[in-house]
Design a protein around this ligand. Sequence first.
Ligand code: AMP
Ligand code: GLY
Length: 432
Amino acid sequence: MNILLLGSGGREHAFAWKIVNSPNCNQLFVAPGNAGTASIAKNISISPTDFKALAEFSVENQVDMIVVGPEEPLVKGVTDFFSNHPILRSLPVIGPSQAGAQLEGSKDFSKQFMEKYAIPTATYETFTKESFNEGITFIRKQSLPIVLKADGLAAGKGVLICQSYEEAEGSLKEMLLESKFGNASDKVVIEQFLKGIELSVFVATDGSHYKILPEAKDYKRIGEGDTGLNTGGMGAVSPVPFADADFIKKVEDRIVKPTIDGLKKENIPYVGFLFIGLMNDNGDPYVIEYNVRMGDPETEAVLPRIKSDFLGLLYAMGTAKLDSYRLEIASHTCTTVVLVAGGYPGEYEKGKKIEGLSRNKTDSNSIIFHAGTKVSELGEILTNGGRVLAITGVGKDITSALENAYSRASEICWEGIYYRRDIGQDVLNLIK
Ligand code: AMP
Ligand code: GLY
């Protein structure tokens, strides 16, 4: 098969690494990719949101399947574009329709959906500029802290957890009346604060059937001890020890099944991944948010645990045959540490030369996934983004997986490199 993969992060390098290792992969193209995908597949310089150029490329290169990594092309309707295309309408696209992508693209839509299908989540109400005064009254009736969410995509910055009524009121004003997040905050969801421990559950679906993939825990803050600004994700651990079989069964019965059934009832085509951000409150799961793609860096910890053919999984999703796919998961632990540019998630420099990537000895205990990297004209690997590399350690438990990840990370350097040294420590403290 010829496959076209959209995206350029660590998630996409992990997808590419799995796909090229499948016996059924003929050629893999990545649009636009990074230095890591360039080393195992063919990068093409087309933007994931330039649907016309992607379609032309697919026709010319006999692409058999498209796999969408990030949310932006999905929210902009890439899947619908292909399913309405005169030549490419039967090409499998792994990623939901624009209507399905609203589960991530609109917090108000996802909350209404969860309410309609009785899926456990924080109680909420949605407000607009017109109902600003009602919003203020609503805030005054909540207990602290209060969670405010911009309805639309806001580059991971649209959620505010307010510790006082004054802060919540000020933030609501900025979002609704002063367009703090542009159009994304034309509507604001105000919701109850959920207590507990967070984790992410990943589901693959063909629209009718589903498979639950390994769960993971993500580390969102830049600083150790979960302090400082939010980032795209600084590390991940899979499996998560407190997500035992009982808990995952509750997630399946109360959240996964009603979500897949609800999408079907709404006639919303959904072939792709569903990432459910959850709060575990004393053993009961509550949905914090849906994402309509895999997580990054969670993918870098989850995919190395999938033993069965990953391209086979994607193809079964794209051809409505997921019920006959046998998913096999390895029992080992994966921990991912993200190496970032100095200054990230604020301003940072690009173009720093990365040293220490190659190793002479063969090593199956750690994997380097590239995120923001590129190859220079001289063939050097340079930093090209905030999150630069994601290093996954593989081990029999969290401690050994972390040792492997950190030992590999210590061999790598560039000017300004930073990473958290405490990935997985909270989980280790819980199981002590
Ligand atoms: P989101 O962008 O929806 O992932 O939210 C960012 C982060 O805010 C989540 O990962 C949670 O840590 C936190 N968060 C969002 N909603 C809630 C909530 N209702 N209660 C507690 N924490 C929340
Ligand atoms: N790591 C969180 C995300 O991918 O949204």
